[in-house]
Design a protein around this ligand. Structure first.
Ligand code: NAI
Ligand code: MG
Length: 487
């Protein structure tokens, strides 16, 4: 069966290549992290499927590029309309597939998916202009030209949201797309492909290939006909992709997670600090920009820890379809075991677990309790590696200087949260932090106009507004002389 039914929605589990469904002989099994329910068998692509998808995208490119931002924008808005008309279905599908909260898919994520399409479509039409300027009478005209076929490789923690954060600007820029969603969350991308067809997107402009990273993913990024590779995921995988991209000198954009700090200065509003710190358990800790290292001034550490514990113990863990649930399960048994591995090794080292530190036995399955490690040994694995689960560390510092040194003391640099009651102090500390995004007295405020990305090992490049187009487009300068004209 190539079409499955998930919570009333019909999803085709084959690839989407050149506007058609294409199956593979081999399949892989997709289950729901909520309770292990079997969802369906998914086509398992390889070299042939990757080649066919890139070839289709390459053939479709000239006409899509020639359509221009306005023509493309109309279709992208129609896709957004269809996403909005299908929010309920998409939300349920995504929740069944990745175990994130239904309430946030409904009210936050899926509306944002539609916005991703609208925003970048409009940005290409209205904002992608650079004022022409003169050089000794010559005029410099700068343009953002379509570049070709963009390969998009996306993770499972926010599948359609992160995919459309790339699909939107790539298509708006005039590129054609081959998307390889994560093998643990194949469904929303497949459903989205049907919506692109309904919206009138020409065949071959958008393609989806399903399967494992090491198989179809590796075949895709090695293809010499790509003009861009955009990837969100882990550092080790980014290295493999970068090696492959080097062979063809394909430009890459990487967003690779981190071990971000949540810094609470001595003058912080304690309730605000606690609220922001507890939010770091959201999505069961499977968030790239999560502030998993809570750094608190030593004078307020005890008061903070008490309030933190009180609030964190109120987190309701359970079925993500339940409106009252705050955090759901981990994505997959493999990932659950990975998280447990980090925790077990830290326990063996004698680290101080003051909360959680074990699976939620009551719920069973893939539910891991919100966990807090107090004063981990500096440099130890639990406080340096990205766990990507509901595991936070809390450390103390004695001065702003020490806080900055600790905050910057990892190989990552994606985000930082800073809580302070004093603007001047907050500004001084922010300037010294190495991160792509600093949230001062807030968290997760993310405008599509703003640059987003990581410093150090957290990534290469920035996405958002014109930064996205600087990547997906070929930026061109046409210099026109005042002389030589015959008319
Ligand atoms: P991953 O980086 O291996 O997977 C992400 C995507 O890359 C998936 O679509 C996968 O199929 C694809 N992929 C894997 N190997 C590939 C290859 N050789 N060529 C092309 N594509 C390939 O991440 P994984 O294994 O799912 O998670 C491991 C860790 O990565 C997590 O525990 C977390 O620390 C980090 N991570 C970070 C994310 C972020 O938002 N920055 C998202 C997901 C994971
Ligand atoms: Mg799944």
């Amino acid at each position: 069966m190539s079409t499955i039914e998930v919570a009333g929605a019909k999803v085709d589990t084959r690839h989407w290549i050149n506007g058609e469904r294409v199956g593979s002989v081999e399949t892989f099994t997709n289950t729901s992290p909520i309770d292990g329910t079997f969802l369906g068998e998914i086509s398992r692509g390889g070299q042939a499927e990757a080649e066919a998808a890139v070839a289709a995208a390459k053939t479709a490119f000239p006409a899509w590029a020639a359509l221009g931002p306005k023509g493309r924008g109309e279709i992208l808005h129609r896709i957004a309309d269809l996403v909005e008309a299908n929010i309920e279905t998409l939300a349920m599908l995504e929740t069944m597939d990745n175990g994130s909260l239904l309430r946030s898919h409904r009210r936050g994520v899926m509306p944002r998916v539609a916005l991703n399409m609208r925003f970048f479509a409009d940005w290409a039409i209205n904002e992608l202009h650079h004022e022409a300027f003169e050089t000794r009478g010559h005029t410099n005209n700068i343009s953002w030209d379509p570049s070709g076929v963009a390969a998009l490789i996306t993770p499972w923690n926010a599948p359609l949201m992160l995919a459309t954060w790339k699909i939107g600007p790539a298509l708006a820029a005039g590129d054609t797309v081959v998307l390889k969603p994560a093998e643990w969350t194949p469904l929303s991308a497949s459903f989205f492909a049907d919506l692109t067809k309904q919206a009138g997107l020409p065949d071959g402009v958008f393609n989806v290939i399903q399967g494992f990273g090491r198989e179809v993913g590796a075949a895709l990024v090695a293809n010499p006909d790509l003009s861009r590779i955009s990837f969100t995921g882990s550092v080790p995988t980014a290295k493999v992709i970068a090696r492959s991209a080097a062979e063809n000198l394909t430009p890459v954009s990487f967003e690779l997670g981190g071990k971000s700090p949540c810094i609470v200065l001595e003058d912080a509003d304690l309730d605000l600090a606690v609220t922001l710190a507890v939010e770091q358990y959201d999505n069961a800790g499977q968030v790239c920009l999560s502030g998993t290292r809570i750094l608190v001034h030593e004078n307020i550490a005890d008061a903070f820890a008490e309030k933190f514990r009180e609030k964190a113990l109120q987190i309701k863990q359970g079925d993500p379809r339940d409106e009252a649930t705050d955090i759901g399960p981990q994505i997959h048994q493999v990932h659950f075991d990975r998280i447990k591995g980090f925790v077990d090794r830290a326990k063996a080292e004698g680290q101080d677990f003051v909360m959680g530190g074990e699976p939620n036995e009551e719920l069973g399955g893939l539910y891991f309790k919100p966990t807090l490690v107090k004063n981990p040994t500096p440099g130890s694995e639990i406080v340096t590696a990205e766990v990507f689960g509901p595991v936070l560390c809390m450390q103390t510092f004695a001065s702003d200087e020490e806080a900055v040194a600790m905050a910057n003391g990892t190989e990552f640099g994606l985000a930082a949260i800073l809580v302070s009651g004093n603007r001047e102090r907050a500004s001084k500390v922010s300037k010294q932090l190495v991160a792509g995004t600093i949230w001062v007295n807030c968290f997760f405020v993310r405008d599509l106009k703003a640059p987003f990305g990581g410093s150090r090992k957290s990534g290469i490049g920035r996405e958002g507004g014109t930064w996205s187009f600087d990547f997906y487009a070929d930026v061109k300068n046409t210099v026109v002389s005042p002389t030589g004209w015959k008319e």
